[in-house]
Ligand binder design. Structure first.
Ligand SMILES: C[S@@+](CC[C@H](N)C(=O)[O-])C[C@H]1O[C@@H](n2cnc3c(N)ncnc32)[C@H](O)[C@@H]1O
Length: 294
């Protein structure tokens, strides 16, 4: 039996870091007990030490995943940081409409998408301008390391509390249908979106392909070396002229050499000139279109 609370905390912290890259820093330790109370109850365990003991046994992958997911902060809401979404609608998307006019295809990746509000907010920006985006293929993929939030995002069914956060009544009525348990995203939105479980520290789903990548309120939980690795992964996901959108208060400055702020566009970043697109033949061999400095 693991007999010391500090050892038990160490096991839980090690698990979180191995699965997500996040560190359980001192300022987060105090809420571990509260965060794991439900996991203990569901598994009929009476203490953190008993949980750590169980985790040390073979074949405990489902429990390990449950513990990690209980420790993650999944806070999100529709059109979070409204001014950045306004900038997307009035400036970034019109620019993309021009630069991708020949192919009429847009690929967008929301990294750490939680229960999907960010992804459905993006889809609404397109759905609100049907004339502009008619005949375009809009592919918005949302990924998160936590399986439970990915399942919820796929379901696209939001409670009364969730639907009211960030969404106006007109948008709610236009793009969601009342269901038995809340409000379900309409088929118009669903056709543009898909969701997958993915750790952002792993190779991106489709390297070099994304015109726009959103990674908001995720990197703040990483230590500096891990954040640098994360930026390198995000950079390798971008098309050569693609943009990365970070959360309010997050920046690439002093964190990575792969990305730089986009001039005149608060919150947006692009590949730095030190990142060279690879020749197509090398890209195919490497599975990447960009050489990102590590
Ligand atoms: C605070 S929420 C932010 C949600 C949304 N991006 C927003 O800004 O509203 C952070 C999300 O990042 C996810 N996350 C944490 N570490 C991750 C990792 N290594 N890879 C992918 N997702 C991660 C968490 O599960 C959580 O859902």
């Amino acid at each position: 039996m693991i007999d010391h609370r500090d050892n038990a905390l160490g096991i839980v912290a090690g698990l979180l870091e191995a699965r997500t890259g996040q560190k359980l820093t001192a300022d987060r330790l105090w809420r571990v007990g509260t965060a794991l109370a439900g996991v203990l109850r569901q598994n009929q365990l009476d203490s953190l030490e008993a949980l750590a003991d169980r985790l040390s046994m073979p074949n405990q992958l489902p429990l390990a995943q449950q513990v990690v997911e209980a420790l993650l902060n999944n806070e999100t809401y529709f059109f979070r940081d409204r001014s950045t979404f306004d900038q997307l609608a009035t400036s970034i998307l019109p620019q993309l409409a021009q630069s991708r006019a020949a192919t009429r295809r847009l690929a967008i990746w929301s990294v750490g998408c939680s229960t999907g509000q960010e992804v459905y907010s993006l889809a609404m920006l397109f759905a609100e301008q049907p004339a502009r985006w008619r005949d375009w293929t809009i592919d918005i993929i949302g990924t998160d390391v936590a399986r439970s939030v990915v399942a919820a995002a796929r379901e696209g069914n939001f409670s009364q509390f969730q639907i009211q956060r960030g969404l106006g009544v007109a948008q709610m009525v236009a793009f969601f249908e009342e269901s038995r348990t809340g409000w379900r995203a309409s088929d118009t939105l669903r056709r543009m979106v898909r969701f997958d479980q993915h750790n952002l520290l792993d190779r991106p789903p489709e390297p070099g392909r994304f015109d726009l990548v959103l990674c908001r309120n995720v990197l703040l939980y990483f230590d500096r070396p891990t954040r640098e690795r994360a930026f390198s992964r995000l950079a390798s996901a971008l098309a050569p002229d693609g943009l990365l959108m970070l959360g309010a208060g997050e920046t690439t400055v002093g964190q990575t050499t792969a990305l730089v702020p986009e001039k005149g566009r608060t919150g947006f970043h692009r590949l730095s000139s030190s990142v060279q697109p690879l020749a197509p033949s090398m890209a195919a061999a490497a599975g990447h279109r960009l050489a990102v400095p590590r």
